[in-house]
Design a protein around this ligand. Structure first.
Ligand code: HPA
Length: 273
């Protein structure tokens, strides 16, 4: 079966459940933000497992479902559990949900993540508006036969992070008095954290943050003309900056510490976008 037909079947299964409800924003929740999905009003839960052709995580305890409901008065569709390349998914699988959202008529994509902080003048807990990204790994979700129904073969990435939505994010941060950094997110495939040399390379290349998600989704969205906004939470200084090893516990601890602020910012952006 062709990819576009699979995507259409997935979208029509979901719209059959949603009936008249039309989500406007798709929200991908990174580490530490997942419980925002539990705060939606009048939620509808759809397990990935039940959606035809949807990738399904086999990791025990991994929440894999869409939660559709109202957040700040807006109908949103949250992914509780995203697909990472390091888990072994193909790029097509990583972006499968994003393409499905597009076919559902959702045109705004809100990506969040936990990231390592490359910028030495920042600190763990800082939030960063993603203004651009760098991908050096060869894999790309748009590689292979172009899906013409989704977008053109060659497509622009100069506004992959929508300028208007960036302004919405800036205004939201200002209103809430949340300091919001801005910078460039660089993708590494993971699952290992970067080496200190890779982090120095990232800094020289112009990156402020490194992480293992978000970029494939932003590329798929740009291909389809969806408008993307992205926020990273600097959960740790990237490797080699401090004289200490990195670990996943630190990532989770920082995520937990800034969760309230992060969630407030996400809510305000959703409200005003
Ligand atoms: N590197 C890559 N991904 C990450 C990091 C990091 O230091 N912290 C959280 N996600």
């Amino acid at each position: 079966m062709k990819m576009i037909e699979m995507l259409r079947e997935s979208a029509s299964y979901i719209s059959g459940i949603l009936v008249a409800r039309k989500p406007e924003v798709a929200l991908v929740l990174g580490s530490g933000l997942g419980d925002l999905a539990e705060q939606l009003e009048n939620p509808i839960f759809i397990d990935y497992h039940d959606i035809p052709h949807f990738p399904v995580s086999t990791v025990p305890g991994h929440k894999g479902r869409l939660v559709i409901g109202k957040l700040e008065g807006k109908e949103v569709c949250c992914m509780q559990g995203r697909f990472h390349y390091y888990e072994g998914w193909s790029m097509d699988q990583v972006v499968y949900p994003i393409r499905t959202f597009h076919l559902l008529g959702i045109d705004k994509l809100f990506l969040t993540n936990a990231a390592g902080c490359v910028n030495k003048s920042w600190e763990p807990g800082n939030l960063m508006l993603i203004t651009d990204h760098i991908k050096i790994m060869a894999e790309c979700p748009a590689r292979g036969a172009n899906i013409d129904e989704l977008g053109p073969r060659f497509f622009d990435m100069s506004s992959a992070y929508d300028k208007e939505l960036q302004n919405v994010a800036r205004a939201a941060a200002k209103k809430l008095s949340i300091p919001l950094k801005e910078g460039v997110y660089m993708l590494f495939a993971g699952p290992n954290f970067e080496t200190p040399a890779e982090v120095r390379f990232a800094r020289i290349a112009g990156a402020d943050a490194v992480g293992m998600s978000t970029v494939p989704e932003a590329i798929a969205a740009a291909h389809m003309g969806m408008r993307t906004v992205g926020i990273s939470c600097m959960t740790n200084m990237a490797a080699g900056i401090l004289d200490q090893p990195l670990n996943h516990e630190e990532v989770l601890e920082t995520g937990e510490r800034v969760k309230k602020e992060f969630q407030a910012l996400v809510r305000e952006i959703v409200r005003t976008c």
